[in-house]
Design a protein around this ligand. Structure first.
Ligand code: SF4
Length: 622
């Protein structure tokens, strides 16, 4: 994808060249971006990166924020929310009150609050337990690192044990607050009883290693310097390099309220908010999502932010006491329809998501699904979208949305295509292997024959690869294993005898010491040695019920992008491949290992696989 920006600030031009070459931005680059008056170019740079990561998607979640109490043992100077027990405004919610604020349509509850001296550990566990019991479909994001540290100290439990017990009662992810800005100077002045950078980072590192994805934030616009903001971002980027456990970054604009840190009316300017979002998108090249937190930004600024690097609007939220007690000026509740409208008006696809950023529903027409892996770059890198919008989405999720009639066309996982064959028309494009694939891999502590009865963790992203694994195990090796679907994002692989991983994650294996496993099997190679056929992992298809005009357009844009992609295999995946740690030679060799056209041998391979898969299903039914 090429983007031309008419820079007025030559510093930005240099920085953009680095971005386009996949080079890391430095502290100096971050400061130069804050210093620039070429505001529009900065936004365009961030939008370029956002497009690479999220295409036209902007996410939101139907969620509810709950603060079970505002009583807190600490007294942070910037906090207008907390109070002391016995004060007239102090409150402590009962379980019934908490449950009364939830409903079945929600997908996420976000729990943070004060830290009272007299709550027992069981009370926290019971809140989560009761939510899961009454609302099994609501995922729980709860407790910032400072609360986790508080539990650890107050209840004399190691951090791992605190997290383990919370996961057992329903915790899925953690919010990102608690450290505000990683600066000892600011910490001493504003919240000297709170944890500093090291403890915050250690707690998130521990969570990631235990398979708990988390989020991260920056509280800006109080007494911090611009340099302190950038250093904060660099520290987050460093931890993400190590663990890959952050889902999103949320810049939080400081609300002065009655904190006496700044005059009540001195909110951060819209320019500062938008610059911070854009700079965050550019500096945090390894964090998937940047949130425009509308509760604090206002609807108007959040809407512009969607073209300045942000790809998430957060959610419907409900009450949000910490921000509102400090005087946030946004309405308390932005209905789903309004969020959808704001996203549409920004020219994007509104995507309702779950806590892990899996798309649940999309609210747009003319959508092409894009498998966001390196091997799909030859199809999408130079795609002229015409009237279509592009939604990057894991193969299994694309199949689910297609079933709901929410995707017009895309590169579908083979199994999803076969299951919906009657409503799809094949196009001439596929991801087929010649002999090996290198990115659909079983990492195992056992050879195939010894996997009988063993527990295999399977990635949440795939439909076809799981079926291929089952066929190989049961037909080729005559063994039956147990399968457990893992969640999206980081997982604790040590729980499994083997794990099936696909796409970029599998390609990065050597950088992660093969996830601790001794053996690595390439599923396409296993298939080839057995059947002497290629394996077709994905096929291009479009909905049969599209208009003739749309179908023609799709055929033309696919053909053009494929021609361009195949002619430029040496360069087309460079940026993507570099971002996941591959060398130029590795990228080219990998991309040249595929056949992108659906020929007779590929069609024969599809038939054989379909036959084996259906035989397997029939046997299960018998
Ligand atoms: S910011 Fe959090 S820890 Fe600090 S006083 Fe407020 S509620 Fe307590």
């Amino acid at each position: 994808m090429t983007t031309t920006i008419n820079f007025r600030d030559k510093h930005l031009e240099t920085i953009f060249t680095k971005v386009q070459n996949g080079e890391r931005l430095s502290l100096e680059d971050g400061l130069a971006m804050y210093a620039t008056n070429d505001f529009i170019s900065l936004g365009k740079m961030a939008h370029y990166v956002q497009q690479q990561k999220s295409g036209d998607a902007v996410y939101f979640v139907l969620n509810r924020k709950i603060e079970p109490t505002n009583i807190c043992v600490l007294s942070c100077k910037f906090c207008d929310f907390a109070t002391k027990k016995g004060k007239p405004n102090a409150y402590e919610m009962t379980t019934e009150e908490i449950l009364s604020k939830l409903s079945d349509e929600l997908h996420e509850v976000h729990i943070t609050g004060g830290m009272p001296a007299d709550w027992e550990w069981e009370r926290y566990l019971n809140i989560l337990r009761d939510i899961k019991k009454h609302f099994p479909n609501i995922d729980i994001k709860a407790f910032t690192a400072i609360e986790i540290d508080f539990f650890h100290k107050k209840f004399h439990l190691p951090i791992e044990e605190v997290l383990r017990q919370l996961v057992d009662v329903g915790l899925r992810t953690m919010p990102g607050g608690g450290a505000e800005v990683f600066s000892e100077r600011v910490r001493r002045l504003l919240f000297n009883q709170k944890i500093g950078a090291k403890v915050w980072l250690d707690i998130h590192r521990t969570a990631h290693k235990m398979g708990i994805p988390t989020n991260c934030t920056l509280l800006y616009g109080h007494i911090e310097t611009l340099e302190e903001r950038i250093i904060h971002l660099l520290k987050l980027r460093e931890l993400q390099d190590e663990t890959n456990g952050f889902l999103s970054f949320i810049p939080l604009a400081f609300q002065p309220g009655d904190t006496n840190i700044k005059p009540r009316s001195q909110y951060t300017s819209a320019i500062d908010d938008l610059k911070t979002i854009a700079i965050s998108r550019l500096m945090l090249d390894n964090i998937p999502h940047i949130k425009a937190y509308w509760v604090m930004l206002t609807e108007e600024v959040a809407s512009v932010a969607l073209n300045f690097g942000a790809d998430d609007m957060d959610g419907t939220v409900g009450e949000e006491r910490i921000a509102h007690d400090a005087g946030a000026i946004s309405p308390m509740k932005l209905a789903k329809e309004q969020i959808v409208k704001i996203i549409r008006d920004a020219g994007k696809i509104p995507v309702e998501r779950d806590i892990y950023y899996n798309p649940l529903n999309i609210f747009s027409e003319n959508v092409i699904g894009k498998i966001p892996y390196l091997n799909a770059t030859p199809f999408y890198n130079s795609m002229e979208k015409q009237q279509f919008k592009i939604l990057p989405i894991a193969p299994r999720r694309m199949g689910e949305l297609a079933k709901k009639n929410q995707i017009d066309a895309g590169l579908f996982s083979l199994v999803d295509f076969l299951q919906q064959e009657n409503s799809f028309e094949l196009l001439n494009g596929c991801i087929a292997t010649r002999d090996q694939v290198k990115s659909v891999m079983l990492f195992s502590n056992f050879v195939w024959e010894d996997l009988q009865g063993k527990k295999i963790g399977i990635t949440d992203e795939t439909a076809t690869s799981v079926q291929l694994l089952k066929v190989l195990l049961e037909k080729k090796y005559k063994v039956k294993a147990q399968f457990e679907r893992m969640h999206s994002g980081v997982n604790d692989y040590s729980k499994y005898d083997a794990v099936l991983l696909i796409g970029d994650t599998a390609l990065q294996a050597k950088h992660h010491n093969y996830f601790g496993y001794e053996l690595v099997f390439d599923l396409a190679k296993e298939w080839y040695e057995w059947q002497k056929l290629p394996f077709v992992f994905a096929v291009w298809a479009m909905k049969k019920n599209l208009s003739g005009e749309k179908k023609e357009t799709l055929k033309v844009i696919l053909q053009h992008s494929m021609e361009n992609g195949e002619d430029n295999l040496e360069t087309i995946g460079l940026l993507h491949g570099k971002a996941i740690g591959l060398t130029k030679e590795e990228i080219v060799e990998y991309l040249q290992g595929f056949n992108y056209h659906l020929g007779e041998r590929e069609k024969e391979a599809m038939k054989v696989f379909k036959f084996l898969m259906e035989r397997e299903r029939e046997k299960v039914v018998e």
